[in-house]
Design a protein around this ligand. Structure first.
Ligand code: AMP
Ligand code: GLY
Length: 426
């Protein structure tokens, strides 16, 4: 069956690779893709926001399954547009995608269905927001300030003190995150270790994938600004069986009840970013799509057919799917352009060493790369994601870094401590 994947990052490269390895996949298309994806799929020059063009292309080419990578087209309603053509889609409808598209909506959903999350207030004016911040600090609590709408991972400010929190409120209402900041969610600061729990759901059944942990900060030792993610590993030891059971019972099951009660057609991924705190696991955010770079760590561990899992999810038959994972752990390292994430990015430099890097069994996923003539260059913030599956976590990390060190371009940056938390004695 022919498949169309939407997106152009490392996540979509990992999805395309998994689909290519699945015996059921016929012709594989990706819109718009990137040069790495172009080696295994036919690239289609349609942007992720062009949802009508995507739906029309899928109908014209008689595509049997559309898999949506990023949140932006989901929030624009691409799943509804494709489904209207009678084509199965992996990705929730526009109403379900609001769980990521609006923090205010997402928090209200969590409250309504009893899903544990940080206490919060939601404000559309600065005076009330400022009063709330002052009240929280007076009570001895810290806060996190979040622009309500999609802000590409940049609209969240974890305040170090009251003044930073007040400044963050001003910045949001001054329009630093565009219309995303017209409403501001202010949350209780949670203390603990983060993990990513991704689950497949077709609205009837929910099946967690193997756990993983992302590294949000730019620099080693979790210093520097927040990014889209600088590396990941799987499994995350913080997600013990007890934590997974608790998240299944307190988060995933009520989530499923919630989407059913609200009547969302939710067939895709639910990604719960959780904080494992002394008071139990709490949801930091819901995402309605695969994580990036978590997917580049998770999918190389899947031994069964990715097509089968995604197709059955898209057609409401997830209960019939059987996912088989290797016990072997994995790690992936993000290689980013100089200047990431704040910019300006140091772009357009020739990338060398990828073929050499893959010789030890590592997989090099492309994100922000571009062909300039015959030369592969860096064209975005996150450029490559280098993944390795090993006998042990130590071996996976060592293998990934051995590969990373073979790759170079001018001003490249990456963290040297990915998966460090996997080695903490618990
Ligand atoms: P979000 O996009 O809402 O997941 O926030 C991005 C990052 O900010 C998270 O991955 C956490 O590192 C941090 N963060 C968000 N909310 C909180 C919170 N309530 N307490 C502590 N850290 C948070
Ligand atoms: N890695 C974080 C995210 O995909 O949102």
């Amino acid at each position: 069956m022919d498949v169309l994947v939407i997106g152009n990052g490392g996540r979509e490269h990992a999805i395309c690779r998994g689909l290519k390895l699945s015996p059921e996949t016929g012709k594989l298309y990706c819109a718009p893709g990137n040069p790495g994806i172009g080696e295994i799929a036919e690239l289609v020059p349609i942007k992720v926001e062009e949802i009508d063009a995507i739906a029309n292309f899928a109908a014209e080419k008689n595509i049997g399954l559309v898999v949506v990578g990023p949140e932006v087209p989901l929030c624009l309603g691409v799943a509804d547009a494709v489904r209207a053509k009678g084509i199965p889609v992996f990705g929730p409808s526009k109403d379900g995608a609001r769980l990521e598209g609006s923090k205010d909506f997402s928090k209200a959903f969590m409250m309504k269905y009893g899903i544990p999350t940080a206490a919060y207030g939601s404000f559309d004016n600065r005076e009330d927001a400022i009063a709330y911040v002052k009240k929280e600090y007076a009570a001895g609590r810290g806060v996190v300030v979040k622009a309500d709408g999609l802000a590409a991972g940049k609209g969240v400010i974890v305040a170090a003190n009251e003044q930073e929190a007040l400044d963050a409120v001003e910045i949001c209402f001054d329009g630093a995150f565009g219309s995303a900041g017209a409403r501001v969610v202010i949350e209780e600061l949670l203390i603990g270790e983060e993990a990513s729990i991704l689950a497949l759901t077709d609205g009837n059944t929910i099946v967690p994938l193997v756990s993983s942990q992302d590294h949000k900060r730019l620099l080693d030792n979790d210093m520097g600004p927040n990014t889209g993610g600088m590396g990941a590993y799987s499994p995350a030891p913080v997600v013990t069986k007890a934590v997974m059971d608790e998240v299944t019972e307190n988060v995933l099951t009520p989530f499923l009840k919630g989407v059913q009660a609200e009547g969302f057609l939710y067939r895709g991924i639910i990604y719960a970013g959780i904080m494992v705190t002394a008071q139990g696991s709490k949801v930091l955010e819901f995402n309605v799509r695969f994580g990036d770079p978590e997917t580049e760590a998770i999918l190389p561990r899947l031994e069964s057919s990715l097509f089968d899992a995604l197709y059955k999810t898209a057609t409401g038959k997830l209960a019939e799917a059987e996912l088989v994972w290797t016990e072997k752990p994995s790690a992936c390292i993000v290689m980013a352009s100089g200047g990431y994430p704040a910019g300006p990015l140091s772009k357009g430099h020739a990338i060398s060493g990828i073929a050499d890097a893959e010789k030890n069994g590592s997989i090099v996923f492309h994100a922000g790369t571009k062909m300039e003539g015959d030369t592969l260059t860096n064209s975005g913030g996150r450029v490559l994601v280098v993944a390795n599956v090993g006998e042990t976590m130590e071996a996976a990390v060592a293998g990934a870094y051995e590969a990373v060190r073979k790759i170079s371009w001018q001003d490249v940056q990456y963290r040297s401590d990915i998966a460090k938390r996997a080695f903490i004695k618990r």
